[in-house]
Design a protein around this ligand. Structure first.
Ligand code: C2E
Ligand code: CA
Ligand code: CA
Length: 236
């Protein structure tokens, strides 16, 4: 499934995050929060991650009427980042699907970035060199080290939805969200608010000059062909 990310200045859909789904005939829908950690333990994450990347690229290569700078975001797990053949795998997928790396972004959580900073920096630089963008997922929840923000080629911070949930009522969350937006902008990065569920949050984020938003208020994860027409959400 794909969840749109909209530009808070114009309401345009700038991209979408690919969120994997597993439908089991006996157990029904199984959440990625349950099976991704299992896949990491068993080593299946390599093939699942490859499938998710390939599927996302095929989807945008076939979709019609997407803006030329539309960006698909794909989540990468810690184990995938350790695969020495990761960049070659990604390049091969981009070549076979004919998708430009400029239309693809990878999402990595903070904890992944700080695990082995030297190695991670090397992989991120290789990603940047082939034209891929990198977003930091769930920003603010990991063992943050601001040092990596200046050392690593990162183009976007995604504010974790736990900070967005009680906005605008929680003065602490308001302060944290404003600080993350200021930090991102002063480092030349874009900032996305995750888990946006109501109009009050959107209004706050527009005033706070957050660049983009993603969440149930805008759209639940959906099929890409159904969400591509959502340029005017009636919230601006
Ligand atoms: P995430 O990357 O933080 O993805 C956002 C999660 O928040 C998604 O859950 C999404 O459906 C949910 N969400 C979006 N908007 C809202 C909202 O307004 N309110 C609330 N309460 N939730 C919202 P989902 O799809 O269950 O995915 C859970 C996690 O599983 C993801 O968290 C990500 O860490 C992981 N995941 C999903 N797909 C992949 C994948 O292809 N590869 C890897 N490695 N991990 C994945
Ligand atoms: Ca994500
Ligand atoms: Ca997230």
């Amino acid at each position: 499934m794909y969840q749109p990310q909209i530009d808070l200045a114009t309401g345009q859909m700038l991209g979408a995050e690919a969120l994997i789904r597993w439908k089991n005939s006996q157990m029904g829908d199984i959440s990625p929060a349950q099976f991704i950690p299992l896949a990491e333990e068993t080593g299946l994450i390599g093939s699942i991650g490859h499938w998710a990347f390939m599927e996302s690229c095929q989807k945008i290569s076939k979709a019609e009427n997407l803006p030329p700078d539309f960006c698909i975001s794909v989540n990468l797990s810690a184990k995938q980042l350790k695969n020495p053949g990761l960049i070659e795998d990604i390049q091969e997928i981009l070549e076979t699907t004919g998708v430009s790396p400029l239309n693809v972004e990878v999402e990595l959580t903070e904890s992944v970035l700080v695990e082995d900073p030297e190695k991670v920096r090397d992989v991120l630089c290789r990603m940047r060199d082939i034209g891929l963008r990198v977003a930091v997922d769930d920003f603010g929840t990991g063992y943050s080290s601001f040092a990596y923000l200046k050392k690593f080629p990162i183009s976007k911070l995604k504010i974790d939805r736990s900070f967005i949930k009680d906005i605008p009522h929680s003065s602490e969350d308001v302060a944290i969200t404003k600080a993350i937006i200021a930090l991102a902008h002063s480092l030349g990065m874009k900032v996305v608010a995750e888990g946006v569920e109501n109009r009050d949050q959107v209004e706050f984020l527009i005033l706070a000059q957050c660049d983009m938003a993603q969440g149930y208020f805008i759209s639940r994860p959906d099929h890409l062909p159904n969400i591509r027409h959502m340029y005017d959400l009636g919230i601006f």
